[in-house]
Design a protein. Structure first.
Length: 313
């Protein structure tokens, strides 16, 4: 085989390689969703004429179509960049000669929205909904950090929560409720009040939001927020977003200490997936995720930090 002679055939171990690549990127749920979808591809000819840049000599471009349930498609489409990258690596371009031009995501008309048939499918549904909220929170965090909203030393958690609540409402994707009575209070005597309860337009609760203000890794204060949000408020096992408004001179040092602490936190329930860092789009944003199990129901918990050091003096 010459330097530019390719097989133009999908490798036999394509799915095995894709699974390994996605697991290595802490995205096992993407492969699980992919496994439940229909995969088709069209060879549209030479990559150069298809408009692909880079090392494309004698290589061909593929247009891929992924078809599946709404939940699986939403999860894959919202992680399209990493999914496309890992698919192309799995194709072994240096041997197959295939490069990915684009991926089309289609929701199957013949797949109705029904109850999941397995714990894995149910978790994929939850992760798809949670990922949508996570992406919106990242966008909101970037807006706040970019001086579009001014903070000062008097800014409190409730004030910042109010701004985030308003910005979530502006997406017009969710029903947003604040200080909602949900679960039991921290003293375990009365109903608890959630900072923000996020629901779909149809009324399905898909996220609990808890905000806290930190300038150091105050373990007692962090414990209080984790305990009340996960153990007290979250009776149903809903995706949880614990968002820290950070004022740190050295955000990287703060994050390493914070990540170490939350990674070793002792929950009153089973940890199904250990804490793992999610790559964030910008330096002042850090994200980590774990998956907990409450009464055999798995749900994700996201720890998000926005560094407002430029804003909060």
């Amino acid at each position: 085989m010459g330097q530019y002679d390719f097989t133009y055939v999908i490798p036999d171990n394509f799915k095995t390689r894709l699974k390994q690549y996605l697991q290595g990127s802490y995205r096992k749920e993407l492969f699980d969703a992919f496994q439940q979808c229909k995969f088709e591809y069209e060879d549209v000819g030479l990559a150069y004429y298809a408009g692909l840049k880079g090392d494309n000599w004698n290589k061909n471009a593929l247009v891929i179509t992924i078809e599946g349930s709404e939940d699986n498609i939403k999860l894959l489409e919202s992680n399209q960049k990493i999914f496309k990258e890992k698919i192309e690596l799995s194709l072994k371009p240096s041997e197959s000669g295939f490069l990915v031009k684009e991926i089309h995501f289609l929701i199957s008309d013949n797949i109705e929205s029904v109850l999941p048939h397995s714990k894995e499918e149910k978790l994929n549904q939850i992760l798809a909904e949670a990922n949508s909220v996570l992406q919106d929170l990242i966008i909101i965090g970037k807006e706040l950090i970019s001086n579009n909203v001014n903070f000062n030393e008097e800014s409190g958690e409730d004030e910042i929560n109010d701004i985030i609540r308003s910005m979530l409402k502006l997406t017009k994707k969710y029903e947003i409720k604040d200080q909602t009575r949900h679960g039991i209070s921290y003293n375990r005597k009365n109903a608890g009040e959630v900072d923000i309860l996020i629901s779909t337009k149809e009324g399905k609760e898909i996220g609990l939001f808890e905000g806290l203000k930190l300038d150091s890794v105050d373990t007692a204060y962090i414990d209080k927020h984790i305990d009340k949000t996960i153990n007290n408020y979250n009776a149903l096992g809903i995706s949880t977003f614990i968002v820290a408004y950070v004022s740190a001179v050295n955000f990287d040092v703060f994050w390493k200490k914070y990540l170490e602490y939350i990674s070793n936190y002792s929950y009153d329930m089973e940890v199904k997936r250990a804490m793992e860092q999610i790559i964030a789009p910008n330096a002042p944003i850090k994200i980590a995720q774990t998956i907990l199990s409450k009464d055999d129901h798995d749900f994700p918990v996201y720890f998000i930090c926005f560094n407002f050091r430029k804003n909060i003096k």
